[in-house]
Design a protein around this ligand. Structure first.
Ligand code: SF4
Length: 251
């Protein structure tokens, strides 16, 4: 299926069905200020949530925000100016701390140069596409991170992040071709959602597709036999009959 109107209708039906399973609106899991969300997102790349969450807390413990700091923020100026080896050892539990420590510091320095301080309040004055472009000019920041900062932080903007679970479900259900990588899939999947949707609805869309990937459409052996999307899903319709035949053969 390549007809854009048909794909938009399918995306809406997938959203509706998954909302019946996972419950919409989905509560926001973070209330971090945008800069803290940016650091949290950078730490989480290819890292389990528990490990990236522990690393974020370790940064806050090592360089606590002062009494005037935004709630739950670290002293990001102190992180920026600390010896890189010290930042690296503090976030040692994440994947590639030797790359993430200098990258986080480089980003903090770049934000300081661009804004004259360490605040991302500038994003409040920009449209979502402008704010994403602003963030993606920072070293190592791609579409997933820019969308996460805008959506998950206290900014609560209508930006769609796509993680590997979300992407897998979108490919298997035929919303996007398998050849479309996670990065460029952001624009395609966002364009399938109604432009009038608010931040919560866009967030819900990401959350329910991600949860579906985590809890049903597994990377290996997806549970098509109990999937609410089976009738809509070309992959499931290929996999499921095979599984039934196997079960009959085993009986
Ligand atoms: S039918 Fe199977 S492949 Fe399709 S979305 Fe559901 S679990 Fe994934």
């Amino acid at each position: 299926m390549t007809d854009p109107a048909a794909l938009r209708a399918k995306a809406l039906e997938i959203h509706r069905l998954l909302c019946t399973v996972h419950g919409c609106p989905v509560p926001y899991f973070h209330s971090l200020d945008p800069l803290s969300e940016l650091v949290s997102s950078l730490l989480s790349h290819r890292t389990r949530n528990a490990a990236s969450g522990a690393a974020f807390k370790a940064l806050r413990r090592r360089w606590p925000g002062g009494p005037d700091a935004v709630e739950r923020a670290a002293d990001w100026a102190a992180v920026r100016d600390a010896p890189t080896a010290e930042v690296e050892s503090t976030i040692a539990g994440v994947t590639w701390p030797e790359q993430k420590a200098p990258r986080i510091q480089a980003i903090l320095r770049r934000i300081t140069e661009r804004t004259g301080g360490l605040s991302l309040d500038v994003l409040n004055e920009l449209s979502v596409p402008e704010a994403r472009a602003w963030l993606e000019e920072l070293p190592g920041v791609g579409p997933k991170t820019s969308a996460a900062v805008l959506s998950f932080s206290t900014l609560r903007r209508a930006a769609l992040p796509v993680d590997s679970h979300h992407h897998r479900v979108a490919v298997r259900t035929g919303l996007i071709p398998a050849s479309l990588a996670v990065g460029p899939s952001h624009a395609v999947l966002a364009a399938q959602l109604p432009p009038e949707w608010d931040a919560q609805q866009v967030y819900d869309n990401h959350e329910v597709l991600m949860l579906h990937g985590q809890r049903c459409c597994y990377y290996r052996d997806p549970a098509c036999d109990r999937c609410v999307l089976l009738k809509l899903c070309p992959t499931g319709q290929v996999l499921h009959p095979v599984r039934e035949e196997e079960e009959r053969a085993r009986a």
